[in-house]
Design a binder for this molecule. Structure first.
Ligand SMILES: [Zn+2]
Length: 85
């Protein structure tokens, strides 16, 4: 079967629709979102693990984005304070 993307032959594929994924985690997420009703217990557990680690990644990204914004804000504030005297 040829996918619409040029994924490598050994890419993890969805066992329900054959879609290729760059990682096991993304495949587990896809199965949970698209085929949740037909999943077995193991696959549901894999989906939940992948879902939780994804949530963790997003939280850590938000935190880093917030730190960058705060640093930029104070950087501009200090520059303004120095330049606009
Ligand atoms: Zn699928």
């Amino acid at each position: 079967m040829t996918g619409k993307t040029d994924a490598p032959a050994d890419a993890p594929r969805c066992s329900y629709c054959g879609e290729p994924f760059p990682s096991e985690r993304l495949r587990a997420l896809h199965r949970g979102l698209e085929h949740y009703d037909s999943l077995g217990d193991d696959e549901r557990a894999a989906y939940e693990d992948a879902y939780h680690s994804e949530t963790e990644d997003i939280r850590s990204f938000r935190l880093r984005a917030l730190v960058v914004l705060v640093a930029l804000y104070f950087g501009f504030l200090m520059t303004y304070a120095v330049v606009a005297v």
